[in-house]
Design a protein around this ligand. Structure first.
Ligand code: NAP
Length: 260
């Protein structure tokens, strides 16, 4: 399918690997010139070179912590202050117990997984509205639909972003700007590996056994891939997604056992 976005300019945050990279690759395949971001310069530069060589688009890497004011300023400068497509992403907060988290832990999680996305939308969406076209995808989590107790910081911050987007997406839709959230279930990335390693340690089993057990809880009996995720993200940034507004698209292999 031609997504109709060849020649658009996009920002994909936290994209040197994992789900962010999957989104960057699928957008590049659709012909989108990109600014991509992560903290570690080496992996980021390599990813940028690989994507540019494979898809023949312009890919500008900006090594910065997207959860800081300086990091966002560096990324916005590389974009010349405007983009047609924004994919918000950042690392997830650590697991823990509800009794352990301090106010500072909550502020850090809310900064990273809610207010960073809000700040980038505030910076880039006004330009999209002026030009009459824009697409924003916020990578959140399945935990927005069904809480993961040990990821209480994530449950909290992402629920806040979801509430904000529910209202804002409807305010900007008349200007041709389409904003939605994409909710990953379990995908095979380093993040999933580290969560599996945590379960393996807690239960005294191998990481492979932890993964196998978790796969069996998913109707597909497999984890999603960054390619699955990227393809969905690219569709949500396409011309064809014009009528999809303020939605929370759950990509989890059917793991959440609900009717609607
Ligand atoms: P990942 O494989 O660990 O990749 C994370 C990417 O984000 C890396 O490129 C990393 O590079 C970058 N990054 C992390 N913190 C950053 C920051 N502060 N500023 C800029 N870049 C940053 O993780 P993933 O699995 O793709 O997960 C992406 C998001 O989806 C996370 O928020 C995660 O919690 C959420 N999620 C994932 C799953 C899953 O199954 N994979 C499920 C639900 C939710 P650097 O380390 O070099 O910065």
């Amino acid at each position: 399918m031609d997504l109709g976005i060849r020649g658009k300019r996009g920002l994909v945050c936290a994209a040197s690997k994992g789900l962010g990279r999957g989104c960057a690759e699928a957008l590049a395949e659709a012909g989108v010139d990109l600014v991509i971001n992560a903290r570690g310069a080496e992996a980021l530069n390599r990813t940028a070179e690989e994507i540019a060589a494979k898809y023949g688009v312009k890919v500008t890497p900006v090594a910065a912590d997207i959860t800081t004011d300086e990091g966002r300023a560096a990324v916005l400068e590389a974009l010349g202050g405007q983009a047609d497509i924004l994919v918000n992403n950042a690392g997830g907060p650590p697991p823990g117990m509800w009794t352990d988290w301090s106010r500072d832990d909550f502020i850090k999680a809310i900064d990273a997984n809610m207010l960073t996305a809000v700040a980038l939308m505030q910076a880039l969406v006004p330009g999209m509205m002026e030009r009459g076209w824009g697409r924003v995808v916020n990578i959140t989590s399945q935990s927005v639909r069904s809480p993961i107790s040990v990821l209480g910081l994530s449950n909290t911050a992402r629920a806040g972003l979801t509430g904000f987007v529910a209202g804002m997406s409807r305010q900007v839709a008349p200007s041709g700007v389409v904003i939605n959230n994409l909710l990953p279930g379990i995908h095979a990335t380093d993040r999933a590996d580290s969560l599996d390693a945590g379960v393996a340690k807690a239960e005294g089993i191998s990481v492979e056994e932890a993964r196998h057990r978790r796969e069996q809880t998913i109707p597909t009996h497999s984890y999603g891939t960054a390619q699955d995720f990227g393809a969905t993200c690219a569709f949500m940034c396409s011309q064809q997604a014009r009528f999809m507004v303020g939605q929370n698209i759950l990509l989890d292999g059917g793991a959440l056992n609900v009717t609607i």
